[in-house]
Design a protein around this ligand. Structure first.
Ligand SMILES: [Zn+2]
Length: 485
């Protein structure tokens, strides 16, 4: 029942992503894009911002930007213009960043995001290309400006191609925001447009956060910065929304601010308010011609798009009979998906999904190894699952074998042979059953008299005697036969 007092707090979240475009060279010069190299080893007059140095557009970056847009169903502009975004900061010696403003390469599009409350369609407002700034390195502290004794600038990052992707404020919860980021990352990786590793700073995110007014209009929004992992994104948004709610509940008003999230103290705090867009005084970059895209070129790029994560997920459900969850896990990583398909081609696809998304992935996580580096090749996995399917080993023995070959890279059959893990054949098993019956005459008698519960105890004794190398169902069958019940 609705009452006047009742206030629901509906979150309104929009995200802005910056993704490093996966090119070999920078956006407007031939310097190599490299992470972790010694400072200022990949620079030239263009990316150092020397006066008079002329930028040249990296065509590959444009191609990848357009492909990312196409993958999200965006419309590609027939013409796009680079613009100067003017502001001063030590990491930007030109005094402007080359970006796109009024005419970005892509607009529209969407990402469908599954959440616990159903699928949310998050519309994409725009996708444009720009260059990254240099990197300030603050010395004398843990890397923050506050309390540092000096700042150094590393220009290796200066001019690295970036894609900025802005969503509409369609996101209703922190959970949906995190899922949007996860889906975007999957799409960018699938297309090869960005490695999108948040930990490496290849995918950065800022959020606009507000609470909808009781009359349905938008409330005042704040900007949340410093989001550098999917987990912190959700936690930071929850924290900022709580702060806004508390302000509103106390009868106050949310102020337009830039907030930072500190994951350690789970706190949000205000930072220097940033200039607003109109202060940047954008104007068209005079040193670059507008980009012009033909229909044929766009179609050519569209035809080169790989199978996208969502389509692949749906196909895994359909083709292999997997649950949405398993399909989601297996397609969250291209390498994992391709590994799975190699195995599922040879053995029961559901078994393959259990082994790969469950047991193997647990081992990978524990060891901090990527699927591409595991010693358990698809061939080894096929062999292992085959040994279970044809009854040579039990599932529990197979788990042990997997853990061993994960370390050693041996063939599963070799391990089974050496360790004597093969299940007993029917004859040998019958012998063990006889021994167990002789050793437990009272229990055997009770089963003969129809007490079915005791049979579990006898099965347990047989399994113990065979050190688990027997099939429980088969043991039960033989026992029932011998005891005539
Ligand atoms: Zn350069």
């Amino acid at each position: 029942m609705e009452t006047k007092e009742r206030r629901t707090y509906q979150a309104v979240i929009g995200l802005e992503f910056h993704a490093h475009v996966a090119t070999r060279t920078k956006m407007f010069c031939g310097c190599r894009v490299a992470y972790g190299d010694p400072p200022n080893t990949h620079t030239c007059p263009v990316c150092l911002g020397h006066p008079g140095a002329l930028p040249v557009i990296n065509e590959r970056a444009v191609e990848l930007g357009v492909m990312a847009g196409l993958a999200m169903g965006c419309e590609v502009a027939p013409r796009a213009v680079f613009a100067r975004k003017n502001y001063f900061y030590p990491d930007l010696p030109k005094g402007y960043q080359i970006s796109q403003y009024e005419e970005p390469i892509c607009t529209g599009g969407y990402i469908d995001v599954p959440t616990s409350e159903g699928t949310v369609r998050v519309r994409i407002q725009r996708l444009h290309l720009e260059e990254d700034t240099a990197k300030n390195v603050h010395v004398g502290t843990s890397g923050r400006m506050h309390g540092s004794t000096g700042s150094l600038i590393d220009f290796n990052r200066s001019g690295t191609p970036l894609m900025e992707i802005v969503t509409e404020p369609d996101i209703p919860s922190p959970e949906a925001a995190r899922e949007t980021a996860v889906r975007l990352k999957e799409i960018l990786q699938a297309v090869g447009a960005s490695e999108a590793d948040m930990e490496k700073g290849q995918l950065r995110c800022e959020a606009n956060v507000s609470i909808r007014n009781p009359d349905g209009s938008f409330g005042t929004k704040t900007e949340l910065k410093n989001i550098n992992s999917f987990r912190f994104m959700e936690r930071g948004l929850l924290r900022e929304l709580r702060r806004q709610r508390e302000v509103l509940e106390a009868g106050g008003q949310v102020q337009q601010r830039t907030m930072h999230y500190d994951p350690e103290g789970d706190e949000v705090y205000e930072t220097r308010s940033k200039e607003f867009a109109e202060d940047y005084r954008y104007f068209p970059e005079p040193d670059l011609l507008p980009l012009e895209f033909t229909e044929a070129w766009i179609n050519e790029l569209r035809s080169r798009l790989p199978e996208l994560p969502e389509a692949m997920r749906a196909r895994f459900v359909e083709q292999y009979g997997l649950s949405e969850y398993d399909a989601g896990v297996l397609t969250s990583d291209r390498e994992l998906a391709s590994y799975y398909e190699k195995v599922a081609f040879e053995v029961d696809p559901k078994q393959a999904a259990n082994w790969i998304s469950g047991d193997l992935r647990a081992l990978l996580n524990e060891a901090g190894t990527e699927i591409s580096d595991t010693k358990v090749t698809p061939q080894r996995m096929i062999e292992l699952i085959g040994l279970v399917e044809n009854g040579t080993i039990s599932r529990s023995a197979a788990k042990d074998v997997l853990a061993r070959i994960f370390e050693s890279g041996e063939s599963p059959s070799a391990v089974v042979e050496r360790e004597g893990l093969a299940q007993m054949g029917a004859d040998e098993l019958s012998g063990v059953v006889e021994e167990v019956i002789s050793a437990n005459p009272e229990e055997a008698q009770r089963v003969r008299e129809g007490d079915k519960k005791v049979i579990g105890f006898l099965i347990g004794q047989v399994m113990k005697a065979t050190r688990g190398n027997a099939d429980g169902g088969q043991v039960r069958e033989i026992l029932m036969e011998r005891l005539g019940s």
